[in-house]
Design a protein around this ligand. Sequence first.
Ligand SMILES: Nc1ncnc2c1ncn2[C@@H]1O[C@H](COP(=O)(O)OP(=O)(O)OP(=O)(O)O)[C@@H](O)[C@H]1O
Length: 328
Amino acid sequence: MIDTATQPAEIPLDTQDIAARLSILLAGRYLVLRLIGIGGMASVYLVRHRIHHGLFAVKVLHPALAEQPELLARFRREGLLCARLAGHPNIAPVLDIGEGDGLHYLLMPYIRGEDLDHLLARTGPFSFHDAMLATIQVNEALLYAWNNGVLHCDLTPGNIRLNEFGQFILVDFGLASTSLSPKHPVLPPTTTPRPGTPLYMSPERILNEPIDIRSDLYALGAILYELLTGEAAFRPGIGNSEDTIAQIERNHLSPSRSLAHPLLRKHPGIQPLLQSLLALSPAERFADPIKLQQALRTLTHYPPAPSLHPEIESEPQPTPPRRRLSFR
Ligand SMILES: Nc1ncnc2c1ncn2[C@@H]1O[C@H](COP(=O)(O)OP(=O)(O)OP(=O)(O)O)[C@@H](O)[C@H]1O
């Protein structure tokens, strides 16, 4: 992810020092085992609970970034939004938010497995079945977030992990947005560049126009393309949103060009699906994850998930006491 607006080019980061401070901070409850990975905003550590031995991931905001109020607020918001989304099988929830000794951290369940960036690099393009399964599951996560007033806004293969049970799990809600209305956010246009990962950013996001769920669906389309072909859907000036904007303006992102990939022709129905997901204009895309879900299920003959009985969906009610039968 790049953040041209706020992020320094070089973040001084001593992960051993952070791990040592984290060990002291969490001392009573968790043992810090090792560093899992480093992102643009945070480093993530594997920890073990001292009593029940469960494994967790602790995401620590880079200390240098914690000094920037806007980035600290964004990190806290990530924690709050992810805590709100707890309970969905395709979203890594935040279980605890804490700070101390200048460190700000989020505690999450550890997702054993690999992110899709690494998986693609290791195994090459996915089978049609696996690519569609990933898309269906991530779309379910987007639907749940959207229904809870959240847009992910930084959907990339690196932010999706495949766990040991074959579930695709969305991590990193660091750029997620929410609006005042409780459901289905629409974010206003901005005057400054939005942070993000150019390869997966929708045209309207790059151009600072209003964005809604269709911007996340565009990113999902770019990921599906990459899973099926092993190649990025677009090749803009990587890492430089200026180049990307210039290329959009020159219409280099026209989907018709890249959808001619031979691996896509093998699967009837996939090209129109990608055409809709990757349409330059949001008006030409699937309107929402429900519409996409229907198309994905038709294409894969995947049965719809059983929906909860309405009584189960509502808040649990206390069970009335059983009437005792009395016998004489
Ligand atoms: N709960 C988790 N379990 C296991 N690994 C995780 C977990 N959360 C994050 N990771 C891994 O840790 C690494 C860094 O995490 P993440 O991408 O969330 O950091 P970030 O700084 O927010 O990233 P970005 O650069 O996209 O802003 C990634 O490889 C990610 O897959």
